[in-house]
Design a protein around this ligand. Sequence first.
Ligand SMILES: [Zn+2]
Length: 480
Amino acid sequence: MSTTALPRQSTDFPGWYGEVVRRAGLAENSSVRGAMVIKPYGYAIWETIQRELDDRIKATGHENLYFPLLVPASVLAQESELVEGFAPEVAVVTEAGGNKLEEPLAVRPTSEALIWSTYARWMQSYRDLPLLYNQWTNVVRWELRPRLFLRTSEFLWHEGHTAHETHEEALAETLTILHDVYADTIERVLAIPVLRGRKSESERFPGAVDTYTLEALMRDGKALQVATSHYLGQGFARAFDVRYTGRDGSEQYPYATSWGATTRLVGSVVMTHGDDRGLRLPPRVAPQQVVIVPIFREDDRADVLEAATAIAEELRATAVRVRVDDRPEHRPGYKFNEWELKGVPLRIEIGGRDLAAGVVTVARRDTGDKQQIPVSHAAVAIDEMLTDVQASLFRSARDERERRTLRDPSGYDEMIEYLRGPAGFVAAPWCGRRECEAQVKDASSATMRCLPLTEPPAQSGACPCCGRSAVTAAVWAQAY
Ligand SMILES: [Zn+2]
């Protein structure tokens, strides 16, 4: 572990992010530009996210399946908006087995095309609907400005693809995924407050009728889109000629949804909660929730280690993820720094004198507070403290977002200056015209993140760009 200080968040946020990801052992670059190696500590965080999402995906009635990596170029080309939208990012295999292929094969940038060309065979009657499927995969989207976890040429994700009889049912599905799967996981497990909204037309997924999004605010004032859920209407069914016989005997096109969340979520945890000392992991996503650092002299070494092991076993019995750091080659101070950098929520220090008094010292990573607790009471106290750390990280992220949100700016100039900062979210009335959306983007390099579902709509106001009366509220920010 490097002993030099991390770059400060306030003066070099990108440098801070890169160093934290590297030094905490989350990921590193590979020899292919834009592709990342996810290291065990980063992958453990991803596995927790994956398990939490997967539980909710299944609890809402979906099954997992798997479609292949390669998509015939002609299949990908069948839906014109999709192929246009992804054209700059698609990697194509033209040779295999030493021969030029008759038809080039795209490496999937997303799987709508292959899945809908297959659904045509799976759907004859309304009795076959709904199809509620999800897959856990990797995808490739060639990335010219890569950042570990945030933008990589290959990333891990899951993608759900459903088919329904009615518009209402498909729209309800889109929103169930947004609220009950994504927002629930991201707010309760990752402790990241999210803004729930709908994308403007220019920010929609290619081929979607509506894209719903969750937007989070990072500690540098930039937004991160953390999950999206798309209502696709009948466009994909028509493009791939997927029809079924409806309840009245007539031929029908089904209504579709698709939705995804990626390894970017690991980056969102780093940038929402991290501080100048490194990561601060919410307990529910932390690979180790508690680390026990024994502090001993030669004469009390055996007693201290025995006590540390006993506490660890007691905590494990209550399903706490705990590690005893008994590495002999490092001093306690070194271990404290390392586990702080890695964001472990609680550290228990146990020494000979503590043992004699029947107490241990517990340090909280989120606040830095230290307190002594009786050994006899450790399991209950640790459980309560983990719950409290989880809640307080969420509260402080929500307070930070509120502090950084400018509502109803006094005018266009204030709005642009704030967005240029970047100082955070701006929530402002919008006339609904693309000209104004483009003007703000040109002037500030901020994008319209969403038309919020949960914010009070500032419909009464005037659009800060053109002065026309607003039809909706819109939220803006610079974004990753
Ligand atoms: Zn306007």
